[in-house]
Design a protein around this ligand. Structure first.
Ligand SMILES: Cc1cc2nc3c(=O)[nH]c(=O)nc-3n(C[C@H](O)[C@H](O)[C@H](O)COP(=O)(O)OP(=O)(O)OC[C@H]3O[C@@H](n4cnc5c(N)ncnc54)[C@H](O)[C@@H]3O)c2cc1C
Length: 450
């Protein structure tokens, strides 16, 4: 009766993760539509860490998220060998900032929450060991301004590759996807449940019916809803984060593959990561509100670049000159704000903001009174109206678990499909894909067009 059981809008980690989950349950007629190319949104612009987020332990209410992320870290390390790998971190305790005992206690909790997660436990480092693991650190700062340093483990991923591999695995399990096509209309059917969906591509516009729709469009979620004439219930804050990639020659002391990453801090107390990545060095990230603007074609601002270079000069003994910056990239975090006092009238949103929905009240236009760093990275799955779900926020690290939860909800709703198998390596076809499409295993995040 319907063309599709589930139509998914958006080919980032959440959209593709759900496609893969539903396909692994053998739910038929599941299709994903991506406006540009898979992972061209935020999902190729992350810091590339599969992590619990040590710093979120500072907020007790975020502990369950840290715990879930650590258990996902263990699962992804097990099933995505080569795409997710362990990464040691040096964590210096800077004088005047969080004291060494606090970091040590935090690491103890982090290790305990991770349980037997397949990674070594954290430990205190001697001075010699610090520079052995991370000889690129600024000696003067480390020797003069730290009271201790620790080694702990997290993991690193090829974010864009995982999305493409999951999409191909979903296809092997019977699902489908298309790129360079946009969902321009979602309208409830009159006499039945389900939706009439308009899809626009270079071939023109076509109309299909779908029993359920999942809006997995990240930062675009509310803009889509407004254009489709559906009231968003969740306000979003779009928060830009930028990175610099330094050439290997910036760090003469050590090859990236032999080095530990570091969790450092800038003058304002914000943490920044310096990470060996893909044969080069990644430094990030920043946090700044992206007001009234669609998150396409983002570039780090001059202030963000100078903020990161300041962090490099403060903490690192590397050649952080402009010539050694190979490239830069920026992404946007979608942070759902639980602001029950705000409700929207779709008529007003549509008439006043359809040209630029990102300037509407469905997106925060100011951060006054908000501490962005303290906002939760939780995923919110909102049933925006019966049969239409929107996935807001979240971390890449937890995408599989969140998609499994929504997959279970859809399985109950559709009364079709079995158990998800995305937590087993069988559902990923890594060896087969490596043989058939070796190119998809090459990461090129910052050069992909968006
Ligand atoms: C700077 C930064 C660093 C981060 N670092 C980490 C990290 O180290 N570890 C971690 O776990 N998480 C990290 N995150 C978070 C993580 O990257 C995001 O949570 C995740 O990538 C969001 O994925 P998504 O699928 O929800 O959205 P996206 O990846 O943005 O995907 C949404 C897609 O929807 C498409 N789309 C929109 N509208 C339509 C339409 N109408 N029709 C068709 N397609 C449409 C877009 O083109 C886009 O491709 C970071 C985020 C940022 C910004």
């Amino acid at each position: 009766m319907y063309d599709l059981e589930v139509l998914i809008v958006g080919g980032g980690c959440h959209g593709v993760g759900l496609l893969h989950d539903l396909a692994s349950r053998r739910i038929p007629n599941v299709h994903l539509v991506e406006e540009k190319t898979l992972s061209s949104g935020t999902s190729s612009r992350s810091t590339k860490l599969v992590h619990g987020g040590l710093r979120y332990l500072e907020h007790l209410k975020q502990w369950p998220l840290v715990s879930e992320a650590l258990s996902e870290r263990a699962i992804l390390l097990r099933i995505l060998k080569g795409l997710v790998q362990p990464l040691p971190f040096v964590l210096p305790a800077f004088k005047g900032d969080r004291p060494a005992w606090m970091l040590q206690a935090g690491l103890f909790i982090y290790d305990s929450l991770a349980g037997d997660g397949g990674l070594p436990r954290s430990r205190r480092l001697s001075t010699e060991e610090i520079f052995e693991a991370a000889p690129y650190l600024n000696r003067q700062r480390i020797l003069g301004q730290t009271s201790a340093a620790f080694l702990y483990y997290d993991a690193q991923m090829l974010d864009d590759v995982i999305v493409r591999v999951a999409a191909e695995a979903a296809v092997k399990l019977g699902a489908s996807y298309e790129e360079n096509a946009s969902v321009v209309g979602v309208e409830p059917l009159h006499q039945h449940d389900g939706f009439k969906v308009r899809i626009k591509s270079a071939q023109g516009e076509r109309v299909i019916t779908a029993r359920t729709v999942v809006n997995a469009a990240g930062a675009w979620n509310n803009a889509n809803l407004i254009r489709w004439g559906i009231t968003p219930k969740i306000r979003c804050l779009l928060n830009q984060g930028s990175h610099l990639i330094f050439k290997n020659s910036a760090v003469p002391q050590i090859q990236p593959e032999d080095a530990a990453a570091s969790l450092l801090q800038n003058k304002d107390g914000r943490v920044v990561f310096f990470i060996p990545w893909n044969g080069e060095w990644l430094l990030g990230t920043t946090e700044s509100l992206l007001p009234a603007q669609a998150p396409r074609g983002l570039k780090p601002s001059a202030e963000e670049i100078s903020y990161l270079l300041d962090a490099a000069r403060l903490n690192l003994d590397i050649d952080a000159s402009e010539q050694n910056i190979k490239e830069t990239f920026a992404g946007v975090r979608t942070m759902p704000i639980n602001d029950k006092s705000k409700s929207f009238s779709i008529a007003t949103l549509k008439s006043e903001w359809s040209e630029n929905p990102f300037a509407s009240p469905a997106y925060m236009q100011s951060t006054e009174g908000l501490n962005i760093s303290a906002l939760s990275r939780e995923t919110i799955i909102d049933e925006t109206r019966p049969g239409l779900f929107s996935i807001y926020g979240g971390k890449y690290t937890t995408y599989r678990a969140e998609c499994e939860k929504l997959g279970s909800q859809l399985t109950r709703l559709l009364k079709r499909g079995g158990q998800s198998t995305t937590r087993t390596s069988d559902a990923w076809f890594l060896a087969e894909l490596l043989e058939e499409m070796p190119d998809i295993f090459t990461s090129s995040p910052s050069t992909r067009a968006i």
